[in-house]
Design a protein around this ligand. Structure first.
Ligand code: NAG
Ligand code: NAG
Length: 484
């Protein structure tokens, strides 16, 4: 019982919030032995990551990255006592969508083909979310399939992102540069920075939102993330300014981008990485850590403490880590051997951080701390928190931002069904509140580049009523108003 409780709360190691969704009565009854009390986020899948990831992918329906029945039916098929089952079932769904996409493409229906490949890409990524062995030879193959599906979506639709390679040290980082066709250039750019489990493609919601405003977007997978860890083998690093500065160098080289109006949005572990970068990198105009983290190490420490106590350890587990790392590793390996979930959680974290033992993981994570540095952040910052957040120190970051030109604190609430880590399933209110803030910080230009941009802008932004009179009138109106 005690161990189960601890396992249920060891969500850090899987980078996920304790949430799930109760939509299917039979599933629920099976998991709760017929008990009727349940929360709206509980599927009762018997495993916290499955529940949480379900809500995360259901949230992708907000931006056409998934569909409700496809996600629920896939998870319904999953056998949660079989560690490969999650991967296998999402693979089947991805293959089905790929086949449908090819069929539509052959028939000449490019748009619907592209939409199908977009969902297939999501299900390929979902299949890897919980792969039992990150070193398995199929992982890079499935990664490439996820990438290919997303790029088929781009190629078959007019979605405004194109693949780019961002120069980084002696290699490159993959990215998508999404140029807003309606923007007055040079325009603000939003840089999207995922966390441990997310991929840059999960940022499509940010692109959708930005395209309805005047912004461009740069999605990228830094070291440790998405395809960068799986295809290039680059793990996370604590000195994230090395990454963000390379990304900014690339961004400001793009002629459409206004280098004085750069925003960095970051999620999960990114809620540590982005502020860390901003301690050294001062070219950003806006920073959104979601959630705000000053020490990612502390997050792991408290989860380890919980886990250890379920196995009869007190705080001496940390003494063991200090005094005898080999003995510490042995104890953790014993804990890992009691559950597929714990085994996966530790292996996954070690792999993302490029280390090969629990003790080296804990020591590596000590570097993920900006308590003594955060006063150096000058960027306007929106620190995000949430009612049920367990992996952040958002208020501490907010208070520590003594040098920021502006700072705000935003707490997502249970009242708005947005209480979990990164607001899975609450994309609507999440984007609304974050973009409302960005819209007040970022400045769009009053100078337009060329006539075609002018007419498009006019069509989307001119005062109602004028558009129907005709493009010429709109142009004249706009030109007059600039002159004044
Ligand atoms: C679920 O997986 C377990 C472990 O692999 C297996 O023993 C069991 O038969 C599976 N259940 C079903 C319904 O396939
Ligand atoms: C942070 O600010 C202090 C005080 O201005 C300065 O001495 C230090 O070099 C800064 N550190 C960084 C990393 O910029």
């Amino acid at each position: 019982m005690k161990i189960t409780a601890a396992i249920l709360s060891i969500t850090t190691f899987v980078g996920a919030a304790k949430c799930s969704l109760a939509l299917d009565r039979a599933l629920l009854d099976q998991a709760t032995n017929g008990a009727t009390q349940h929360n709206w986020w509980e599927f009762g899948l018997g495993d916290p990551i499955a529940d949480e990831v379900a809500l995360f992918y259901l949230g992708h329906t907000y931006f056409q990255g998934a569909d409700i029945g496809e996600v629920l039916e896939t998870i319904y098929r999953t056998n949660h006592t079989d560690p490969r089952s999650w991967h296998d079932e999402f693979t089947k769904t991805a293959e089905r969508l790929e086949a449908v996409g090819k069929e539509f493409e052959d028939e000449g229906h490019d748009l619907t083909a592209g939409q199908s490949f977009l969902r297939a890409a999501t299900y390929r990524r979902a299949s890897l979310h919980r792969h039992p062995d990150p070193f398995h030879e199929e992982v890079p193959i499935v990664t490439q399939q996820a990438v290919d599906n997303f790029e088929k979506f781009l190629a078959l639709t007019s979605y405004p992102c194109k693949a780019v390679q961002i120069p980084y040290e002696d290699t490159t980082l993959p990215g998508y540069l999404c140029i807003n066709r309606n923007a007055a250039n040079p325009a603000p750019l939003i840089i999207y920075n995922q966390g441990k489990d997310g991929w840059m493609e999960d940022g499509k919601n940010v692109v959708d939102e930005a395209m309805q405003r005047g912004y461009h977007v740069l999605l990228y997978d830094g070291p440790g993330m998405g395809r960068t860890i799986r295809l290039q083998g680059l793990p996370f690093r604590h000195d994230w300014e090395k990454v963000v500065s390379a990304v900014i160098d690339f961004a400001i080289d793009q002629p459409q981008v206004d280098g004085d109006n750069l925003a960095l949005i970051s999620l999960s572990l990114g809620g540590f990485l982005a502020p860390r970068a901003a301690c050294f990198e001062h070219r950003l105009k806006a920073l959104v850590p979601n959630p705000g983290v000053v020490s990612w190490h502390r997050v792991y420490e408290s989860e380890l403490q919980l886990l250890a106590s379920a196995f009869g350890f007190g705080p001496e587990i940390f003494e063991l880590l200090e005094d005898d790392p080999a003995a510490f590793d042995e104890e953790v390996l014993k804990m890992m051997s009691t559950s597929d979930f714990l085994h996966w959680g530790f292996v996954d974290s070690m792999w993302h951080h490029g280390v090969d033992s629990p003790s080296t993981l804990m020591n590596e994570l000590k570097k993920f701390d900006i308590v003594d540095l955060m006063g150096n952040i000058t960027t306007a910052t929106l620190v995000v928190d949430a009612d049920a957040e367990t992996r952040a120190q958002a208020w501490e970051l907010y208070e520590g931002l003594t040098g920021a030109v502006k700072k705000d604190y935003l707490k997502f609430s249970a009242d708005e069904a947005a209480q979990f880590h990164d607001q899975p399933g609450a994309m609507g209110i999440q984007s609304a509140r974050i973009f409302n803030w960005l819209d007040e910080i970022l400045e769009t230009r009053a100078v337009l580049e060329d006539e075609s941009t002018v007419s498009k802008l006019a069509a989307s932004a001119a005062p109602r009523g004028i558009c129907s009179i005709g493009g010429a009138v709109v142009l004249v109106t706009l030109v007059l108003s600039w002159t004044l």
